[in-house]
Design a protein around this ligand. Structure first.
Ligand code: GLP
Length: 243
């Protein structure tokens, strides 16, 4: 039985090897556990080490395994966790080599009201810290952000005010660590007041990003509405094919 057909496609043994490896990755082995060695796989399936390496490379491209020089091949974390990262504005800008900042920061403590209350699973009368900021990159306005944090989780936030990263402050001052978020992105245009704040022509296109963020205990830590200039901002993802 040919292990590699003349057209370069993987033959039957190669397919068996791949389905065996997928079985291990999805079944017996946990993330960061080691797969059998190339030599063992080659012997078990009666194929060359080159065929094994190709199968492992393919799984590597798909994000299912990772290889560490001299140590072997290991199961990756589940894909979703790797493909989309939960970051703050500060982290996003730093990753692009830009200096993050904020203008016109306003912080107040207000009742949540019906809409924000529903987003944060609070009653309308519960208090929230409302933070309104124009976020900048290298001093240039990029985004208008309105963030709401339950006051009982971050007492005194409104009085303390905020100059840098909210996420850093939540972690360092309030020991609230955001672990996951539900997020949706909508297309919109900037009405005249928002366009003025961002320094772009009226009715310029923008992205509206809505995020509800949670900690490891599934507590809702923030609800944020961020409106980004579409001419200066893009959403970049690594996405994986599942079949
Ligand atoms: C992004 C998110 C917001 C979050 C903000 C925190 O913009 N869309 O939901 O509030 O980051 O950013 P920072 O930690 O820089 O204040």
């Amino acid at each position: 039985m040919a292990e590699t057909a003349g057209n370069g496609r993987t033959g039957t043994k190669g397919a068996q090897l791949r389905s065996y490896l997928l079985g291990l990755i999805e079944g017996e082995l946990k993330p960061h556990e080691k797969l059998p060695t190339e030599r063992d796989l080659a012997e078990t399936f009666g194929v060359t080490r080159l065929t094994v390496r190709r199968a492992l490379d393919q799984l590597g491209y798909e994000g299912r395994v990772y290889r560490t020089q001299g140590a072997g091949t290991f199961v990756s974390e589940p894909r979703i966790a790797k493909s989309v990262e939960l970051t703050s504005f500060t982290q996003d800008m730093r990753a692009r080599g830009l200096v993050p900042g904020s203008l016109d920061t306003m912080v107040e403590e207000i009742p949540a009201g019906a809409e924000i209350g529903a987003r944060l699973a609070l009653s309308p009368r519960d208090l929230v810290a409302h933070i309104s900021r124009v976020r900048t990159a290298d001093g240039e306005p990029m985004c208008i952000e309105n963030t709401y944090v339950p006051a009982k989780l971050a007492p005194g936030l409104a009085a303390r005010g905020i100059t840098g990263s909210l996420y850093q402050m939540l972690t360092e001052t309030y020991h609230l660590k955001i672990e996951k978020a539900e997020q949706s992105i909508h297309a919109t245009v900037l009405d005249p007041p928002l366009a003025k704040l961002l320094g772009v022509p009226e009715f310029s296109p923008a992205f509206k990003v809505l995020r509800v963020a949670y900690d490891a205990k599934n507590q809702r830590i923030e609800y944020a509405e961020s409106v980004y200039r579409a001419d200066r901002y893009s959403y970049d993802f690594v996405i994986f094919r599942t079949s």
